[in-house]
Design a protein around this ligand. Structure first.
Ligand code: HEC
Length: 148
């Protein structure tokens, strides 16, 4: 049991490694990606989860130009345009599926766009209900930033 927990934690540290970015002005003009551990956030705040987990790539305003964006092979999606690009209807089920790692477009599930369901499962000690709550609140938050 203890061993499992330890393995779980080590996994988080590895997976989360893509999310923090450090500017290295010395020899590269591109930012490099730095390894940091995942932080716990309240599962009931979509905004807090978004700011902690998504803004680094998708930007605080969700338009896709976060600090890590230039280090990505595929640019992070402008999340404010999801409804517009879907005939005016916000694709909630699709966003949830992306977060769970169930909707893979060619670059989804790539190293650039992490599979959040798994990470949320680790910080929720495997409580499926809490993982679902995190995903639902994130999906609702992203809906709230849709361009009119
Ligand atoms: C490490 C960078 C990174 C982080 C962190 C990240 N994303 Fe992404 N995301 C991407 C990239 C890059 C793409 C574009 C992949 C593609 O075009 O196939 C993407 C695509 C998406 C899409 C798919 C849009 C579509 O058109 O289907 C959604 C939804 C999304 N991200 C939501 C989120 C949410 C919510 C979070 C926070 C829980 C998050 N992302 C965190 C990099 C990231």
């Amino acid at each position: 049991m203890r061993v499992m927990k330890f393995i779980g934690l080590a996994t988080i540290l590895v997976i989360i490694s893509a999310f923090a970015v450090a500017q290295q002005p010395s020899d590269e003009t591109k930012p490099s990606v730095k390894h940091v551990p995942i932080t716990r956030t309240p599962s009931n705040s979509g905004k807090e989860m978004y700011d902690s987990y998504c803004a680094v790539c998708h930007a605080k305003d969700a338009k896709g130009n976060g600090p890590a964006a230039s280090a990505m092979k595929t640019p992070p999606t402008d999340l404010t345009q999801l409804a517009k690009n879907n005939g005016g209807k916000y694709p909630a089920a699709h966003v949830a599926a992306v977060l769970k790692g169930q909707a893979m477009s060619p670059s989804h599930g790539s190293e650039d766009m992490p599979i959040w369901g798994r990470l949320f499962s680790s910080i929720s000690q495997g409580h499926e209900g809490q993982v679902q709550q995190r995903i639902t609140n994130l999906v609702t938050y992203v809906e709230s930033v849709q361009a009119k």
